[in-house]
Design a protein around this ligand. Structure first.
Ligand code: HDD
Length: 711
């Protein structure tokens, strides 16, 4: 056995010193403001922790979990250099054991997601209907938002056809309020007892565990064609809403109707809406499929890049307000049915505040993975209704965190800690990290001086709204108003433009085309016939099957709602990505001018060159962001051509940009490339003498998101 004393890292005589890693101790950087740990709580609200307590990294040296300093973490303790490893190597066992337990169960739904910190500022417009403190004029509240897909596993691709989760945690002074919504205002099911059924049907088949993150398979269509209350949500999924361009360009909906209570004790029913300031936009289906191969992290990257670049995404929070009548109906729409939404023409969305996402998480696991939402996290002034879907959710979310986060103390994880004082008399349990003092975690008590005390409504207690319940008979059932499964699907479909309706027909044809069972396809066509016979005829033709007749009569033509179409307006171009194809023979001064103009408009210029590094000509230097090998159309919202010879890789780039309805511009010699590709006369392909004027035309096209006439 070697008699040498153990080597000290970086000391002379060490065989292979680390090349890059600094060996001098240095003070770790302080945590970012949003990362400061809230103080731990005690039974008497006494502060027991100093500023560094519970922080991730402390001190300059690598230590064991118990704080003993280590001199080597590269070699296990062995009986001689070539001998067996010794069981007494605590550092080895502790390091491997911790590693073995690094993964926690992924969320049973919404496993794949991305999050960001931000702030919500209230306009004050909600004061008339709610006493919630964070909705008072000018109040700013820290938030954390997690966007997600529903079906895929944690490592699945972002751009799949699916509903997106839009969950917001408001850390208010009166306790945490969670708005756990989706990007679609209607849901698949009316009663939470059906949630395991829809999710089992939509998740991968239990035998082979395929397909991943898709609804295009037999069990999904089996369920939704039998359970027709899913029709409206399925239709929204088949529309462009199912494949968003960016999390930053999605609407969010609280889905359920909530009950608000104001200072005067008056109640109203409301639905919550998030409206993105960048507009609601989608990718096209072929693009989505390419994205999932070329950049499965597309939405996650897009959100993080935008925030890092300072292009902070913003949403206005709005409410639709309905009178709180005993029937809880509005214009014939049952407000307790979560498969129904209320068109904005019938109840306008009134803006009550704005949310800005302005900081990326520092650590994905600690924040985005461990955040735990719950629709029952409410504050005074906001209460639930008897929507049977919401009622089941109130049970499910608390329950799921116990297995996902390992016990009942998940509220102590930093990202889940309220920013209001917590004094809950809950004690002990797995992962308890609070050091509670006192001897009397019970009430009433005299030994802790009667602490903690009960609050009244005048000091901000959460008091349930005393809603009168009708005398009822215990039963398993639903009101007759829940039987209408088609009118809102018809309304949504008839509100879309012809281009959007084409996309819906293509999506149904694709999804049902991936099913194997003939009976499922036929049954699904029967459901589609009840949405729109023409849509059904087109899908049936695509499947090579006869189109059935509707089985539910079309009594009244629905009044279309213009708020449902994504086409027809102009939106800000902030954060949009413009590719510029150039090489050494291009006019690099013109390229530089385009790059500056794009950046000045808060967009992202990416120069695409034949090789990496820089393009240099006449002492003008242009850094290259992507090469002909690494660039793919999915990354660019628009393309500029600055004169390059024909290249098969550029042919692919151009043809994809063209097929996906994206603006293309070229100046001077570059127009030849367009002529070769026979694109010069096409809509949304613009040319000119100089780069900046061409860019102006491209930006004008970009404001409409796509060149719709090409789609
Ligand atoms: Fe749910 C997660 C949204 C119905 C049970 N749900 C989850 C998330 C979102 C939603 C955005 C992810 C939260 C996060 O990022 O951590 N869920 C909805 C919406 C619904 C809905 C908008 C209907 C309007 N959910 C619903 C029902 C049940 C659940 C009816 C069960 C009865 N949902 C869960 C869950 C999850 C969840 C299993 C998984 C992880 C978690 O809760 O924390 O409890």
């Amino acid at each position: 056995m070697s008699k040498k004393s153990p080597p000290i890292s970086g000391a002379p005589g060490q065989a292979t010193p680390p090349l890059e890693e600094p060996v001098k101790p240095r003070i770790p950087l302080p945590p970012k403001a949003d990362q400061r740990s809230p103080q731990l709580r005690t039974a008497t609200a006494e502060v027991v922790d100093g500023p560094d307590y519970a922080r991730g990294q402390q001190g300059e040296y690598l230590t064991t979990a118990q704080g003993a300093r280590l001199y080597d973490t590269d070699h296990s303790l062995k009986a001689g250099e070539r001998g067996p490893t010794l069981l007494q190597d605590h550092h080895l066992r502790e390091k491997i054991t911790h590693f073995d337990h690094e993964r926690i169960p992924e969320r049973v739904v919404h496993a794949r997601g991305a999050g960001a910190h931000g702030v919500f500022r209230a306009f004050g417009a909600a004061e008339k209907v709610t006493k919630a403190g964070f909705l008072r004029r000018g109040v700013e509240t820290p938030v954390f938002v997690r966007f997600s897909t529903v079906l895929g596993s944690r490592g699945s691709a972002d751009a799949v056809r699916d509903t997106r989760g839009f969950a917001t945690k408001f850390y208010t002074a009166e306790g945490t309020f969670d708005l756990v919504g989706n990007n679609i205002p209607v849901f698949f099911i009316q009663d939470g007892i059906k949630f395991p059924d829809i999710i089992h049907a939509a998740k991968p088949h239990p035998d082979r565990e395929i397909p991943q993150a898709q609804s295009a398979h037999d069990t999904f269509w089996d369920f939704v064609s039998l359970h027709t209350e899913a029709t409206a949500h399925t239709l929204w999924n088949m529309s462009d809403r199912g494949i968003p361009r960016s999390y930053r360009m999605m609407e969010g909906f609280g889905v359920h109707t909530f009950r608000l209570l104001n200072d005067d004790g008056e109640t109203s029913l409301v639905k919550f809406h998030w409206k993105p300031r960048l507009g609601v936009h989608s990718v096209v289906w072929e693009e989505a499929q390419l994205i999932n191969g070329f950049d499965p992290d597309f939405h996650r990257r897009d959100l993080a890049d935008a925030i890092e670049a300072g292009a902070y995404p913003e949403w206005e929070l709005g409410i639709q307000i309905f009178p709180d009548t005993p029937e809880q109906m509005f214009e014939g729409i049952d407000l307790l049915d979560p498969t129904k939404f209320v068109p904005e023409e019938l109840a306008p969305v009134q803006p009550i505040g704005v949310m800005t996402l302005n900081a990326n998480p520092t650590n994905f696991f600690a924040e985005t993975e461990q955040i735990a939402f719950h629709p029952g996290h409410l504050v005074p002034g906001i209460d639930v209704t008897d929507d049977p879907l919401l009622q089941a959710r109130l049970f499910s979310y608390l329950d799921t965190q116990i297995s996902r986060l390992g016990g009942p103390n998940f509220g102590q994880i930093p990202i889940n800690r309220p920013h209001a004082p917590v004094n809950d008399m809950f004690r002990d349990g797995m992962h308890q990290s609070a050091v509670h003092s006192g001897v009397a975690p019970y009430k009433p008590n005299s030994l802790d001086g009667g602490c903690p005390f009960m609050a009244g409504a005048e000091v901000g207690a959460f008091v349930e709204v005393p809603v009168a319940l009708e005398a009822a008979t215990k039963l398993r059932g639903a009101p007759a108003t829940f039987d209408d499964h088609y009118s809102q699907a018809r309304l949504f479909y008839s509100s879309l433009t012809v281009i959007e309706q084409d996309h819906v027909a293509q999506a149904y044809t694709f999804e049902l085309g991936k099913c194997y069972e003939q009976t499922i396809k036929e049954r699904a066509l029967g459901v589609i016939a009840n949405i729109d016979p023409d849509l059904c005829a087109r899908v049936a033709a695509g499947l090579g099957l006869p189109a059935p007749q509707p089985s539910v009569p079309f009594d009244n033509a629905p009044m279309p709602s213009s708020a449902l179409s994504q086409i027809g307006a102009q939106w800000p171009v902030t954060g949009r990505v413009i590719g510029i194809v150039a090489d050494e023979n291009s006019d690099l001064a013109a390229v530089t001018a385009a790059v500056s103009a794009i950046a000045a408009d808060a967009m992202v210029p990416l120069v695409i060159g034949p090789h990496g590094g820089e393009l240099v000509s006449d002492s003008v230097v242009v850094p290259v962001s992507r090469t002909f090998d690494t660039a793919r159309s999915i990354e660019f919202d628009a393309l500029l051509l600055a004169g390059v010879p024909a290249d098969p890789r550029l042919d692919i780039l151009l043809s994809e940009m063209f097929r996906h309805g994206k603006a293309i511009g070229a100046w001077n010699d570059a127009t030849e490339l367009l002529e070769t590709a026979e694109l010069t006369a096409a809509d949304g392909v613009v040319t000119g003498e100089d780069s900046v004027s061409v860019l102006e035309q491209v930006v004008t096209l970009l404001k409409s998101h796509r060149v719709w006439s090409r789609l």
